[in-house]
Write a protein that binds this ligand. Structure first.
Ligand code: FAE
Length: 513
């Protein structure tokens, strides 16, 4: 049975300044990343007229293949509303403020990178689709979130939608993956094993790049600012178009949510419409019966904390903001390897080195490319540590911004674990930590950043075991804010989407039935 269809049936109303429009629907989803896209599709399939509010713009790859800018020549399309480009490593460039795809949020002692646009983090992500180790899952989640349920039902569901596959052998053996093969061989020499990572990647497009049928992107290392060849199976190519195809979902880009208020049994959502320079061009006030937060770990936590402080959601409990983690991210080079690691170097990353018995912290060390246009005889790694460090996010009403308590210098455990890993690899292969030459100066281990912000509205603490926010009916969290600070030596997108699938299935069967 279809529910909530028809003009006015769903109780969405609009008021405010600037051009106004009449909106219909019963549910609102805030954000169009992994959690938001899953919620949108499942609401649409269930017949709920739903509006998805997304602060960023659409980034459709078309036949012009000029949707995104490149790593080596970044322009304003790279970065969310900033005077300069952002990147954890390497030079930055002046740009004019624009609603670009990648944002860096600088909190005390921690820079958080996140995507912006229709598709959220999937526009900028590496497509690495990794499930948490079973033993780590059990440490992270309360007993009512069984690993087995995710492994048997929801991970396969998400992987099928994202079209994940490990790198085909012909492509792995191309010169562009020399760095991955060198990394794997050096790990093996140190007694560690490599793992092929499933990728949300259309490998036929990568082959088309090599034939010259489409412009190069994967094969020249494009990833973090988007990919013009269309090799990435981002959410705007699977979940979101399928959601729109239900006829029940309207995605509104360039709609930034500023606050939420409970009024009677409805939710009032305050929205600012922005132009491509980020300037406000109108306000809207939307009203709905069911509200799904998918604005990401920082975005969702911020909206809840701010709305509590401003009186819109006074009943939120004290767990909101607690238990935030960086998923143990660290980036580092091993250089002076005395061996060619290849140029150009391709994305997406295809292998990881398992160091799960590291004496300090379990590590999954991903072999990333460093595509800077010349041979540099080094390897760039992204480590994902099973790190117990947690911080608390809070809303600073005086400055009107989110803040975080996080140790100066970052989590103390992660660099120690990485140093131990490096020592073992360098001992048998040669090489040193860091990369310094006349063109590049990147010493040491970088761990004052994360690509994987997690938590803030943790499952079982700020919500129940299905994302229902404690203190409120019909208010749900479906994104990375639910994950208690770590994805268990795994990149988090698969876990986030799988949890969203689980929450949506349960919520649709019970609360929205
Ligand atoms: P997310 O995807 O961030 O979506 C939130 C959406 O909400 C965004 O589109 C925002 O623009 C929007 N939004 C935020 N605030 C508002 C607001 N106030 N009003 C309206 N809209 C709003 O959240 N993960 C992997 O598993 N594998 C990888 O290979 C990988 N690589 C990555 C590489 C980079 C450079 C980065 C930055 C991240 C990477 N990640 C990867 C992490 C992954 O992208 C991230 O965990 C998920 O995207 C988080 O999903 P959420 O649904 O929580």
């Amino acid at each position: 049975m279809l529910r909530g269809i028809g003009l006015g049936a769903a109780g969405l109303a609009v008021s405010g300044c600037g051009p106004t429009r009449k909106a219909q629907g019963k549910a609102i989803v805030i954000g169009s990343g992994f959690g938001g896209a899953v919620a949108a599709l499942r609401l649409g399939e269930a017949g709920f007229s739903t509006v998805v509010l997304e602060r960023g713009k659409r980034w459709d790859v078309d036949e012009g293949h000029d949707t995104f800018c490149t790593n080596l020549s970044p322009d304003e399309r790279s970065t969310w509303l900033s005077q300069k480009t952002v990147m954890p490593l390497g030079p930055t460039y002046p740009i004019k403020p624009y609603v670009g795809v990648l944002e860096r949020v600088s909190l005390p002692n921690m820079h958080v990178y996140r995507g912006a646009g229709v598709g959220g983090g999937s526009l900028v992500y590496g497509g690495m689709t990794v499930a948490p180790e079973r033993e780590f899952h059990e440490e992270i989640f309360p007993a009512g979130v069984p690993a087995e349920e995710l492994e048997t039902r929801y991970y396969p569901m998400v992987k099928a939608m994202l079209g994940t596959r490990v790198v085909p052998e012909d492509l792995y053996n191309e010169p562009m993956y020399t760095f991955a093969r060198v990394g794997a061989a050096q790990a093996q020499k140190a007694g560690l094993s490599k793992r092929f990572i499933e990728q949300a990647c259309d490998w036929d497009v990568v082959r088309a790049e090599l034939r010259g049928d489409v412009p190069k992107a994967a094969s020249t290392g494009e990833l973090i600012y988007g990919a013009n060849s269309g090799y990435k199976n981002s959410l705007d190519r699977n979940y979101l178009p399928r959601a729109e195809a239900t006829g029940m979902i309207e995605i509104r880009p360039l709609h930034r949510v500023d606050g939420i208020r409970k009024e009677g049994d409805k939710y009032v959502v305050m929205v600012t419409r922005i132009d491509e320079e980020g300037e406000p061009i109108g306000n809207e006030t939307l009203v709905c019966d069911y509200l799904f937060l998918g604005a990401g770990s920082l975005g969702t936590t911020e909206l809840l904390l701010k709305s509590r402080e401003q009186g819109g959601l006074p009943n939120l409990n004290d767990a909101v903001g607690a238990g935030w983690g960086s998923n143990g991210n660290a980036m580092f080079f091993r250089s002076d390897l005395g061996v060619a690691t290849g140029h150009p170097q391709a994305n997406p990353p295809v292998i990881a080195i398992e160091d799960l018995d590291n004496p300090i912290l379990p590590l999954l060390v991903e072999q990333a490319p460093f595509p800077i246009g010349f041979e540099h005889n080094s390897l760039l790694h992204l480590a994902v540590a099973f790190d117990p460090q947690r911080g608390r996010l809070s809303w600073n009403g005086v400055d009107g911004r989110l803040t975080l308590d996080w140790p100066d210098g970052g989590s103390p455990h992660v660099p120690t674990a990485v140093t131990d890993f490096n020592a073992r690899l360098n001992e048998v292969n040669g090489g040193k930590t860091g990369l310094v030459n006349k063109l590049v100066d990147m010493p040491g281990i970088t761990n004052d950043f994360t690509y994987h912000p997690l938590g803030g509205v943790n499952l079982g603490e700020a919500t129940d075991l299905f994302g229902r926010v404690k203190g409120y009916d019909n208010l749900f969290v479906v994104d990375g804010a639910l994950v208690p600070g770590s994805a268990g030596c795994a990149n988090p997108a698969l876990l986030i989407a799988a949890l969203a699938e689980r929450c949506m299935e349960h919520i649709l069967e019970t609360d929205l039935a």
